[in-house]
Each structure stands twice: as structure tokens, then as C-alpha cells.
Design a protein around this ligand. Structure first.
Ligand SMILES: Cc1ncc(COP(=O)(O)O)c(C=O)c1O
Length: 406
């Protein structure tokens, strides 16, 4: 057996994988000691053949479930035709995807493509500064927000715990409380160029905007000629029952950042920016080598088509209503469930206790969920999840939360 073959074809047990990672992979993640080998829909299997029901597939990237057939087919087809060419050439998938996103976002936007959420926000930050010239470079973002880990996006992230040890941060950011319009207004100066906000905060605990909040930010931006940037990385692409979360309210952004679910689980990021704003991104100012590659764009087109053909925006609303009903019933007899926040398939259960033990107990019962912000259980189920699977997962959650003793 030659060496290349042996490198590729050695399936590991979970214990072997843990050992290998200990030795060779940087330990910047808290991982569960499970090596996943296969996924289909809302189910994944580990190396030992155990089945897990996944209520948090791909950290929100696998909106269509694991290995959605039409994405698999599109990617297989594309890798056999053209894997990668740089942005010195035109390709059909990138052009068609830009058109599809522009048409669905409703503000005649133009796209720039990259590979992740943090990169999309970096592009948005640069574009805002370019539009602010001369003299305006400051950006207001929100406390409890999350925009990514590169230096611009992490500076925009209004959570000091993510800033510790990596200072100095990028200049020019200040933070308002999410929901506080007056607070945001107080931060505006004649050096401000933009306001950056997640229409629904994800990592910060699934926080929904109050009535009039996003519209109020729009007015504030119009009044002071600021750009309004929506980070739709987690809430976008159909997760909440509309293509983009802002479409639940009467508001449009100047720039929107996308990633996660954009390409059915394949790495892809993008910004969509109003044409007039987008003009400032001229050749040489910004780029991404892999951005807009044919595989990611074909996958994204297949994802959009799947959502439309299978009416998955309606399905997101159904998932939200289903979980609301089940969880509210549980809330009535489970005092540690403090608040339930749901928009489509974006679900946060705020507890009065630390959420990590619940995640571990769910894992023991082979249900995968997430805890964010210390005490918020976060569920981002796939839109393709069946009612039976929803029933199964909600049953486990009820059991775990209902039987919890401090
Ligand atoms: C709203 C939001 N923006 C940006 C990011 C960063 O995305 P990525 O991890 O792809 O860089 C995330 C990731 O969770 C997110 O939820």
C-alpha cells in the first residue's frame, strides 16, 4: 500500500481520534469525545455506530440537514467539471448565485463572495469605512453580538470575553445595548460611518428585536447618513421562515453579511450591498482567493432551489410553532426554564441555571444541542427535520429538563 493511500483510508475509533487530536491538533475547541463519521438528514453516527439526533447540525450551517441529496449531487457534478479558478475569470455559478441572492434580498444588491461569516463581516467593515471617507470610520455594534473571530469582526463583537488577550483591537468601535435605540443614538458622532447589528442575536442567546427597533436603527442611519449593516450569518437563508430575518420587519439594510447555511454545509460567505455602496470595492482593495468558487456557488444554488421547491420557509415556521407549543407546555411545569425565544427554526431556551450539564445529559441520551451565553440552550434544527424527529428530540429535552436537580 503506498503512503498516500494509507493516509486517507484509516478510520479511527473515537478513542483513537481523541488521542490523535491531543497530539496534533491545537486545542482551541472544547470537543465531546465522539468521532462522527456519517450524517443523513437530522441524524449522525459515530465511529462506534451510535446514532445521534442532531438539533444543532453544523453550528447552523447544515440548515438542510446532513448530506442533503441535491447539494451532494450538485457538488459531485461540479467537482468533475471545474473545482477552482481565481476571480480573474467569470464563472456561471458565481454569477447565478449573485443574481439569486440579490433578487431575494430586495434592495438591488451586488455581491462579494468569501468563505466564512467572519470574512463577510470584514468585507462589510471595509466597505463601510470606504464609504465613510473622508473622515468617518467609526462603527457602532451591539453588546452581546457575535460577528466572528478575525480582528475586525471580533472587535465588532460586543463581548469583552472574546477580546481578552488579543488587544489592541481595531480602532473605532463602540457598543450599544441590543434593543436600546437611544443608546445607539448617543454613540453617533460625526466620525461614525455605520451601524452593524444581527437582526436576531444568535450566539448572544437568540435575542429577538423589540417592535420598532430595527426600523428605528434604519431611521437613525438615514438621519446621520450611516450605513446599516445586517449580520445575517446565523439567521439568514431561510432559518427563521423568511429568506432573511430582517424581512420579518419593515426594514432594509445597506449591506448584509451571509455565511453558515448559505451553501447547504459547504463553506461559503458573501456580502450583498446596495449597488451605490458596493461601488467602492474596487479592484485591489479587497479579495478572497477561494471566494465565489464554483463548488460553493453550485452548492448554494442547489440549497436555494431546495428551499423553494420543498417550501422549506413554511417548514421553518412550522418547526417554530411545533417547538413553541411543546416547550411552553414544559415551561409550565419546569421552573428552571426562564424564557423561550423562537423565530422559525432558531430556538433559545433561557435557563435559570448553567446550561452545559443539560447539553451533556442530552448527549448521553444521544441528542445533540448547544449551550450559548452560559445559560441558553440553543437549537438550530434542520428545516428538513421530520415531525417524528422533532417529537423525539423534544421528548428527550423534556426528560432532561424535567428531571434536573440542582
Ligand atoms: C451572526 C454571526 N456572524 C458571524 C459569525 C462568524 O462566522 P464564521 O464562524 O463562519 O466566521 C457567526 C458564527 O457563529 C455568527 O453567528
Amino acid at each position: 500500500m503506498d503512503q498516500a493511500e494509507s493516509i486517507q483510508s484509516s478510520p479511527l475509533t473515537s478513542a483513537q481520534a481523541v488521542e490523535l487530536f491531543k497530539q496534533y491538533v491545537i486545542g482551541n475547541y472544547i470537543r465531546f469525545p465522539v468521532c462522527l463519521v456519517r450524517g443523513e438528514g437530522s441524524v449522525v453516527w459515530d465511529a462506534e455506530g451510535n446514532r445521534y439526533l442532531d438539533f444543532f447540525p453544523g453550528w447552523g450551517c447544515d440548515l438542510l440537514g446532513h448530506c442533503p441529496p441535491r447539494i451532494v449531487e450538485a457538488v459531485r457534478d461540479q467537482v468533475g467539471e471545474l473545482i477552482h479558478v481565481p476571480n480573474t475569470w467569470y464563472t456561471s455559478p458565481q454569477g447565478l448565485l449573485a443574481k439569486a441572492l440579490s433578487e431575494r434580498s430586495g434592495f438591488d444588491g451586488k455581491c462579494f463572495f468569501c468563505n466564512s461569516g467572519t470574512e463577510a463581516n470584514e468585507a462589510a467593515i471595509k466597505l463601510a469605512r470606504l464609504n465613510g471617507k473622508p473622515g468617518r470610520y467609526k462603527i457602532i455594534s451591539m453588546l452581546n453580538s457575535f460577528h466572528g473571530r478575525t480582528m475586525g469582526a471580533v472587535t465588532a463583537t460586543g463581548q469583552p470575553k472574546y477580546h481578552q488577550g488579543i488587544e489592541p483591537l481595531l480602532a473605532g468601535f463602540s457598543y450599544a445595548s441590543f434593543g436600546d435605540l437611544d443608546g445607539a443614538a448617543r454613540l453617533v458622532s460625526d466620525e461614525t460611518c455605520a451601524i452593524l447589528v444581527e437582526p436576531i442575536q444568535g450566539e448572544g442567546g437568540i435575542n429577538l428585536p423589540g417592535p420598532g427597533y430595527l426600523e428605528g436603527l434604519r431611521e437613525l442611519c438615514d438621519q446621520h447618513k450611516l450605513l446599516l449593516i445586517f449580520d445575517e450569518v446565523q439567521a439568514g437563508m431561510g432559518r427563521t421562515g423568511r429568506w432573511f430575518a430582517y424581512q420579518h420587519w419593515n426594514v432594509l439594510p445597506d449591506i448584509m453579511a451571509l455565511s453558515k447555511a448559505l451553501a447547504g454545509g459547504i463553506a461559503c460567505g458573501a456580502i450583498v450591498a446596495r449597488a451605490e455602496v458596493a461601488e467602492k470595492l474596487r479592484p485591489g482593495i479587497h479579495a478572497a482567493t477561494f471566494g465565489g468558487n464554483p463548488i460553493a456557488c453550485r452548492a448554494a444554488l442547489a440549497a436555494i432551489q431546495t428551499i423553494e421547491e420543498d417550501r422549506l420557509l413554511d417548514r421553518a415556521q412550522h418547526i417554530g410553532a411545533f417547538c413553541q407549543e411543546r416547550i411552553e407546555r414544559l415551561q409550565a411545569r419546569c421552573p428552571l426554564l426562564r424564557e423561550v425565544r423562537i423565530k422559525g427554526a432558531m430556538i433559545g431556551l433561557e435557563l435559570s441555571v448553567d446550561g452545559m450539564p443539560m447539553v451533556e445529559r442530552c448527549l448521553e441520551r444521544r441528542l445533540l444541542i448547544n449551550c450559548t451565553h452560559g445559560n441558553v440552550l440553543r437549537l438550530l434544527p434542520a428545516l428538513t427535520i421530520s415531525d417524528q424527529e422533532l417529537e423525539e428530540g423534544c421528548g428527550i429535552l423534556e426528560e432532561v429538563l424535567g428531571s434536573y436537580k440542582n
